[in-house]
Design a protein around this ligand. Structure first.
Ligand code: ADP
Ligand code: MG
Length: 393
């Protein structure tokens, strides 16, 4: 099964038609000001193609978690002028997303014009996937385009419900690019090398369980490595550990072993007596009592980098250490560099991992930077995403 692509919708003709675009304009705001417009920029290609083809574009999104009530501080209004600036044409804004005022604003649109509606999550019907709300959203709409991959793992009115009420539905360029690249990890050119790190086993247990039998090599770093080391009975000193996840870690290791896959753990560590900058650090192969592992050591970084160099597909999620503190950033930087140098298809996901890639300025040497968060991890596990399934023909 494949999703209907934007090109197909454009080929059938969208001039003069009202197209509802579900975008992800969930930008970080501080006192009404946009702190980072990455998500607005990422939505531009799909919007530009639709406008150039003469569509009347109606953009909807969520912003934050208003939980079904109108909260002025979570209004999408500040996004309209920024979107206008970036896209190079006026963007009108309506302070409702359904009802008479929204309908009037939609009816005023001319070919090649664009309108932004208010935050979908001001209505409880959005997250409840209420058919009445979905119907109200599509009252004057003929075509639906979903470009918000980050919410595709949720069956909401604007990701699933609306598709029942439009003549045609398809995937925007951003959503399509996420599926294509994440599919390259689901159905990889082998060997597939995966590096998972970050704070907690509990955050990533589902992805660990799915990838342990799937990846040719699964290498673990970050704080979660210490729960795995505890499961193996290796000394971890005062490192962060989730005692209640040790059994889960054991199960993940067993799954890898039973499938004939390799699961790698750190063999050296950068340690300190606390999680602060400025404390003396040591590189050790056995973590002494009273010390915390705060980064993978140089030998581990070399081992992991060697596997990355030999892979044909590489997926990375989660930093190798407390990379926010320079003393503990070398391991994460080494993985980012190895990914950039690799000839493999490289896919990196996760807020902190992407921050590390951007910090190093190697983003343009990675095949795909996945911004889908939880949706990306679910897709990689092989789960069907309701928002994607709804766009399949
Ligand atoms: P991502 O956002 O890429 O998915 P996570 O949110 O899972 O990554 O994890 C990132 C966090 O994990 C960072 O804040 C980092 O400081 C923390 N972390 C990584 N290694 C350790 C460690 N050894 N001890 C404590 N925290 C760690
Ligand atoms: Mg994070």
């Amino acid at each position: 099964m494949a999703v209907v692509e934007l090109s197909e919708l454009l080929a059938r003709g969208v001039r003069g038609r009202r197209v509802l675009v579900r975008a992800d304009l969930n930008v970080p705001l501080a006192d009404g000001a946009i702190r980072d417009d990455t998500r607005i920029r990422a939505s531009l290609p799909t919007l530009r193609r639709l406008l150039a083809a003469g569509a009347r574009v109606v953009v909807v999104s969520h912003l934050g978690r208003p939980k079904g009530v109108a909260r002025p501080e979570l209004s999408l209004r500040p996004v309209a002028p920024r979107l206008a600036e970036l896209i190079g044409t006026g963007v009108s804004f309506c302070e409702h997303c359904i009802g008479a005022e929204a309908a009037a604003a939609i009816e005023r649109l001319e070919d090649g014009e664009i309108l932004l509606l208010e935050n979908l999550r001001f209505h409880p019907g959005e997250e409840q996937n209420d058919p009445d709300f979905a119907k109200a959203l599509t009252e004057h709409i003929g075509v639906f385009v979903n470009d918000a991959f980050g919410t595709a793992h949720r069956a909401h009115a604007s990701t699933v419900g609306v598709t029942a009420f439009v003549a045609e539905a398809g995937a925007g360029d951003l959503l399509k690019s996420e599926i294509d690249h994440l599919k390259a990890v689901r159905e990889p050119a082998r060997p597939l090398m995966v590096v998972l790190g970050g704070a907690k086993v509990s955050d990533k247990l589902a992805v660990l369980e799915a990838l342990a039998p799937h990846a040719d090599v699964l290498a673990i770093g970050g704080a979660m490595a210490y729960t795995f080391m505890a499961a193996r009975g290796t000394p971890i000193g005062a490192s962060r550990v989730e005692r209640d996840r040790v059994e889960d870690a054991r199960r993940v290791m067993r799954a890898a072993e039973q499938s004939g896959r390799r699961l790698l753990l750190p063999s050296d560590h950068v340690v300190a007596t606390g999680l602060e900058a400025g404390l003396p650090t040591r590189t050790v192969t056995t973590i002494p009592d009273g010390y915390m592992g705060l980064d993978i050591g140089p030998e581990t970084a070399r081992r992991y980098a060697h596997e990355i160099a030999g892979a044909r597909t590489f997926f990375w999620n989660g930093p190798m250490g407390v990379f926010e503190i320079p003393e503990f950033a070398a391991g994460t930087r080494a993985i980012a560099r190895a990914a950039a140098d690799s000839q493999a298809i490289t896919v990196v996901g996760g807020g902190d991992s992407l921050a590390a890639i951007n910090q190093m300025g190697v983003g343009d040497r990675i095949t795909h930077l996945s911004t889908g968060g939880g949706a990306s991890l679910e897709y990689i596990q092989g789960l069907e995403l309701p928002g994607v399934a709804a766009l399949e023909r």
